[in-house]
Design a protein around this ligand. Structure first.
Ligand code: WT7
Length: 699
């Protein structure tokens, strides 16, 4: 039997420590489940057996050597990759320029290319026009569309021409609020084709949140659909978009609102209210020529914006570039997932998040592979949906989040066992640390102990994987995202000193915050219209480093164990939410004077939201008020951000200077009242017992 080492014990403990709220709350249960055989922990051997790597097969030593080379001269390493993996209209004259100090990083300066051309056209020109580029499976398992590269080129061209007709020009920001249908991926590619930046807003966001993103980017174009469908229910996207237009300066800004109709029929009755500036997109698209010449873009021209939550303030619009991002997406998709000819790559994330951008659209298509688009949920029509799809489509790589695995585990082994999943070689995990129990189930029950499970650590800001194992190369350790990817110089910093932790602790481990010391092509270059904020958040926290916001333990093998965010960013079912955003939604209610939000461990979601609210004079607590507050968060952000627990409290634990001590609230909701620390600095220390009592009596 395999014995856990000290570091693994410690990291598992921290992984599951209620404080961080990551993973399951009971470490002992998990340690039991983690008594795996040695064999299952070294599945690189197994991966090799079932998927011989053939020419170019690499060992762990090869990885170490190539990694060292990539870190020694990132500019040379990535220049060679950029020449190999991308078609350039004009070759670049320089690899890396700029640095973290000045915040002026550029990759492949002087190079001209078009990312849509690279993702679509060149495969048609190479004679692969008949290959399926996308397999779409809608909410209903019978709703399947297969689109070849040639069809994709035509359809994307038509959409691109429709955008041009509607006035979209190079450099414009196009807000995309669409369900997970092929038109979403095609619209992203169409924007890339004409040099417009897409800003995809996840269709689970509310009208308020959509309006905020349109306004922040001064976007003149909105693309939406009549409705989306999930789990048999329809989502009235156009109604939500209409509501967004009434907020902020949206109606003033917007020149055109282009509407795809989910089940288009020219004569069918519209299930939504038309507004001025609306364009029926399917009609406009049908009239367009199926070829649109791709715009020539500079390597450093923006490819897209993606808004993401930070610890303070409004979401920030991170900008990714054309050359660097595209290379990084292509490179990581191939290496992390051992992508080969004939593969059907399935990332079941929504394009509303970075995972969908990089691993549904850009990564697989830039590699000329076949990508899978999934509109529904893991439990519709039943919890066998994923494995049924794997069997029917012969999926070779399957990529999802720990929260989905934990959810499906609850329904038992029966579902994955019922289906033939033997085509899968690589199972991927992303979004939060995967707790070993979920890892075991994924590996043994879904993968039948024959697949590599890649635990991919990365962020919206990193563009693609930065720490991950590689199939057939890196031995796995459940719960650890293992070793850095090529060109990624990770560093463990002392959070206070800001310098690398050089002295290991008595067990030979390094604990600190995770940073990266050298630029890589996939890194976001700025927050749109807020470069100072970009510098302040990522590059000037620790001089000379990119700061991830996560804490980490590095074990004696150099394996990375992510503990969790050190800032006030929550991770609920893989959705990134800033505590400040939820708090500002809550205080928007007239009855609320002040609010404080913290994360609480949740068996399936990883974290759930706990909110403490102080009411204004004369207001009193009621069930109705709590419901109003939950609805308000839904309205301001979206359903996924709604708190599981809202407690009305006479006051909050504050310092005498008025700073809310969230640390104390976190300990209270995690039932860690023995380690509250010093509470004597609180303006009113007696509030602690009141809150402990309240939390205890919340059923
Ligand atoms: C945060 C980034 C990037 C894809 C989805 C989330 C956490 C992500 C892992 C992992 C441990 C992980 C981190 C990170 N995270 N993947 N494999 N192991 N933690 O993107 O919304 O930008 O969130 O997700 O805390 O900082 P995101």
């Amino acid at each position: 039997d395999f014995e856990l080492s000290d570091i693994e014990m410690k990291a598992l403990d921290s992984l599951n420590r209620p404080d961080g709220g990551w993973g399951l709350p009971n470490p002992h249960e998990i340690l039991d489940c983690n008594k795996m055989t040695e064999k299952s922990l070294a599945p690189h051997v197994i991966a090799k057996e079932i998927a011989p790597l053939g020419e170019g097969a690499m060992s762990l030593d090869d990885y170490k050597q190539l990694y060292a080379q990539s870190i020694a001269d990132p500019s040379a390493f990535w220049s060679a990759e950029a020449q190999k993996r991308l078609d350039w209209f004009t070759p670049f004259s320089q690899g890396l320029a700029g640095d973290f100090h000045a915040g002026d990083v550029t990759w492949f300066a002087g190079g001209k290319l078009n990312v849509c051309y690279n993702a679509v056209d060149r495969h048609v020109l190479n004679g692969n026009g008949d290959q399926v580029a996308m397999v779409f499976e809608g909410d209903e398992p019978t709703d399947i569309r297969k689109i070849t590269y040639l069809e994709l080129q035509r359809k994307v061209s038509q959409i691109a021409n429709a955008l041009k007709m509607s006035g979209v020009r190079k450099g414009d920001v196009v807000t995309v609020y669409l369900p997970m249908i092929p038109e979403l991926a095609m619209t992203m590619l169409a924007c890339a084709r004409i040099g417009a930046l897409h800003s995809v807003v996840f269709a689970g966001f509310s009208a308020e949140a959509l309006a905020q993103r349109i306004s922040a980017a001064a976007s003149k174009f909105l693309i939406t659909a009549d409705q989306g469908r999930r789990g048999g229910k329809s989502i009235p996207l156009k109604d939500i978009a209409n509501a967004a237009r009434e907020k902020l300066d949206c109606e003033e800004l917007l020149e055109k609102v282009l509407v795809f109709e989910r089940f288009y029929h020219p004569e069918s009755e519209l299930p939504y209210e038309r507004m001025p500036k609306d364009v029926r997109m399917d009609e406009l698209v049908a009239e367009q020529r199926p070829y649109c010449p791709p715009e020539t873009m500079d390597s450093e021209d923006g490819l897209f914006l993606l808004y993401t939550s930070g610890s303070t303030g409004k979401p920030k619009g991170l900008m990714h570039t054309s050359g660097g991002y595209a290379l990084y997406a292509a490179f990581t998709t191939q290496n992390t997932f051992d992508l080969r000819e004939g593969d059907l790559f399935a990332c079941v994330a929504d394009c509303g998040w970075i995972t969908g951008h990089t691993y549904v659209v850009y990564g697989p298509l830039l590699n000329g592979s076949t990508t899978f688009l999934f509109e529904s949920t893991p439990v519709y029509p039943d919890p066998g949906r994923y494995w049924d799809m794997v069997q029917r489509h012969k999926i070779t790589q399957f990529y999802t989040a720990p929260t989905a695995i934990r959810l499906l585990m609850r329904y038992g082994d029966e579902y994955p066992t019922k289906y033939d999943t033997s085509t899968v070689r690589v199972l991927g995990s992303v979004g939060e640390p995967i707790n070993p129990e979920a890892f075991r189930w994924y590996f043994e029950v879904v993968g039948k102990s024959k697949c590599t499970v890649v635990d991919t650590y990365w962020q919206t800001e990193t563009g693609g994987h930065v720490v991950t194992n590689f199939p057939g190369i890196t031995p796995m350790k459940p719960g650890s995202c293992t070793l850095p990817s090529y060109g990624i110089a990770t560093a463990v910093l002392d959070p206070l000193a800001g310098t690398p932790v050089t002295e290991p602790d008595e067990k030979g481990h390094y604990e600190g915050v995770l940073a990266i010391s050298k630029p890589w092509p996939g890194m976001a270059r700025t927050c749109i219209n807020a470069h100072q904020r970009y510098l302040k958040t990522y590059l000037h926290v620790y001089k000379g480093y990119y700061f991830t916001g996560d804490s980490v333990i590095l074990d004696q093998d150099g394996y990375h164990w992510i503990i969790g965010r050190v800032d006030d960013v929550l991770n609920v079912s893989g959705h990134r939410i800033g505590t400040a955003e939820v708090e500002s939604a809550l205080v928007a209610h007239g009855a609320v004077a002040q609010a404080a939000v913290v994360g609480q461990p949740h068996e399936i979601k990883g974290q759930s939201i706990a909110a403490f609210v102080m009411l204004v004079e004369g207001q009193s607590e009621s069930e109705a008020l709590v419901n109003e507050l939950k609805n308000l968060v839904r309205k301001e952000i979206g359903g996924f951000a709604s708190p599981d627990m809202i407690l009305v409290t006479p006051s909050l634990p504050m310092t005498r200077s008025g700073k809310i001590m969230r640390r104390i609230l976190r300990k209270i909701v995690c039932h860690e009242v023995d380690s509250l620390g010093d509470t004597s600095t609180l303006a009113d220390p007696s509030i602690v017992d009141v809150l402990i009592e309240k939390v205890a009596s919340f059923n």
